[in-house]
Design a protein around this ligand. Structure first.
Ligand code: UDB
Ligand code: ZN
Length: 183
């Protein structure tokens, strides 16, 4: 099972690489990786497991964060209506997005970043993501709120982008234009 010591931390060049597409249908090896990533997130949100293994409660993980430079993400997050998005996606792609942007009120953190980085991280308020699931089947998700933010954060990792790259350096707390505050 994956623990925090498997998580690559900032400073490692792999986090700055553009990850490679996964060949399809996904190989068994890649499917196993996807399962391990999703399992890590589920464990990390289980209070007993989190305490026992010192896991930070994670809502998303990208393969480069465990040292695998492939286009694979896992997300385990609940939206405002209590709907659970628990999915691993190969070759995820944002195929459309709103003009409106949003951000988390308290900014973002990252499992690969062991320090607070203050500032607002602008994200599209709504996105449509396409990808391939663990069965090799096409998936299309229309997302808003927290799930939309998490998918954008994870897909950024596949392109070597860290959340703080998107913070306005001069005015870190300047709300972006066209913004919708997500609470
Ligand atoms: C996280 N978790 O998993 F709003 F119930 C963060 C960490 C870095 C703090 C562990 C998180 O935001 N949990 C959370 C948030 C809520 C409600 C709730 C739990 N990530 C994932 C990550 O680093 N992936 O690469 C950071 C998030 C910041 C915004 C989206 C992803
Ligand atoms: Zn991250």
């Amino acid at each position: 099972m994956l623990t925090m010591k498997d998580i690559i931390r900032e400073g490692d060049p792999i986090l700055r690489q553009v990850a490679k597409e996964v060949s399809l249908p996904p190989r068994q090896e890649d499917v196993e990786t996807a399962k391990k990533m999703l399992e890590f997130l589920i464990h990390s949100q289980n209070p007993e497991m989190a305490q026992k293994y010192h896991l930070r409660p994670g809502v998303g993980l990208a393969a480069p964060q465990i040292g695998i430079s492939k286009r694979l993400i896992a997300v385990h997050v609940t939206d405002d209506n209590g709907k659970l998005y628990s999915v691993a996606l190969f070759n995820p792609k944002i195929v459309s997005h709103s003009v409106q942007v949003t951000y988390l009120e308290g900014g973002e953190g990252c499992l690969s970043v062991d320090r607070p980085v203050p500032g607002l991280v602008p994200r599209y308020a709504k996105i449509t993501v396409r990808g391939i699931d663990h069965k090799g089947e096409k998936v299309e998700l229309k997302l808003k709120g927290m799930p939309a933010i998490v998918f954008q954060h994870e897909i950024d990792h596949l392109d070597g982008i860290m959340f703080y790259d998107r913070i306005n350096k001069e005015k870190p707390f300047e709300p972006p234009a066209q913004m919708a505050l997500y609470r």
